[in-house]
Design a protein around this ligand. Structure first.
Ligand code: NAP
Length: 274
């Protein structure tokens, strides 16, 4: 945000966070003079990596409540920098922005692309990923599940009771869980050598992942390719219609710079001086 007569940015930006990109954006905006910056976290993990600037934690209570929060806190712009699979908060942000007229940008890291040697199988959702596992892994097959601790009910279906799962997640999962499972609590970034050793040590037959994109968790894809393992890749939900999207922090920073000065805001002395 810039005034016509000054390079001084102003206003209140809300970042919907929970990703490395959201933290990178907060770091990039935190030095801008006159800009109030708040990051919102869902509160899912007990020890979140904290961004620069102000932080609030917990759900808003739906789209209407988010719109109220934006008005009550005089927010001038919202950047949805949540995970590509955080579908509900992105939809709420789009509805709240439409209600309030507050500009909204989605920051979405690009998805992963298959390269020669990859044995990827696309799935529209976790249930579809679970359904292909018995045929892909074979009887007694061993699955490396990296889709997080939510939605594990899909893999707890009786049809999958013959499979063994290694689940990696940041926090412990709750039931329902697959019948035969080992949980590995860990948080990226991961290395190719580490991921290769993990796949070999656990004699993994199939990797399951969301198309999260980004470098922090991409090493498992290289390791699977090297070992010739099939990978079930859950496709992303679409970004809400009409919301502009940038692929990286630099794009979001320049979007903020191009925003108009917030209407009706008191102008500070610095803004009127030459
Ligand atoms: P979700 O399904 O889209 O959101 C469920 C509800 O959680 C939302 O309706 C909202 O509650 C609240 N919420 C989500 N993100 C929030 C935020 N940044 N600030 C305040 N409230 C938030 O999201 P999710 O998939 O559970 O993910 C939760 C958070 O974890 C996200 O912020 C996301 O960036 C991060 N994350 C998700 C994944 C993933 O695979 N889904 C992976 C890594 C990180 P109200 O309706 O009450 O406002």
């Amino acid at each position: 945000m810039r005034s016509a007569d000054s390079d001084r940015p102003r206003g209140h930006v809300l970042i919907l966070g929970g990703t490395a990109e959201a933290r990178g954006l907060a770091a990039g905006l935190s030095g801008r003079s006159g800009l109030r910056l708040t990051t919102s976290l869902a509160g899912r993990v007990s020890r979140p990596r904290m961004p620069a600037g102000e932080v609030r934690v917990g759900g808003f209570g739906g789209a209407d409540a988010l719109a109220q929060w934006l008005r009550a806190h005089a927010v001038d712009a919202v950047i949805d920098a949540t995970h590509p699979f955080a579908e509900a908060i992105s939809a709420n942000a789009a509805r709240a922005a439409a209600q309030t007229g507050i500009p909204l940008l989605a920051l979405r890291r690009p998805g992963w692309e298959a390269v020669p040697g990859d044995r990827w199988h696309g799935a529209a959702c976790l249930a579809e990923a679970a359904a292909v596992l018995p045929a892909l892994a074979g009887p007694g097959g061993r699955i490396f599940l990296t889709t997080g601790r939510q939605g594990l009910a899909a893999f707890a279906a009786p049809a999958l009771d013959g499979l063994w799962f290694l689940l990696r997640s940041v926090e412990s999962p709750g039931p329902p869980l697959p019948r035969r499972i080992r949980v590995l609590l860990d948080r990226g970034p991961y290395s190719v050598s580490g991921e290769t050793a993990l796949l070999q040590d656990h004699r993994i037959d199939v990797l399951v992942t969301k198309d999260s994109g980004g470098r922090a968790t991409a090493a498992k894809l290289v390791a699977a390719r090297t070992l010739g393992l099939p990978v079930v890749v859950v496709r992303r939900p679409p970004t809400p219609t009409g919301v502009p999207v940038v692929p990286d922090v630099a794009g979001a920073l320049s979007w903020v710079s191009g925003l108009p000065v917030p209407a009706g805001r008191p102008r500070g002395a610095a803004d009127t001086c030459p």
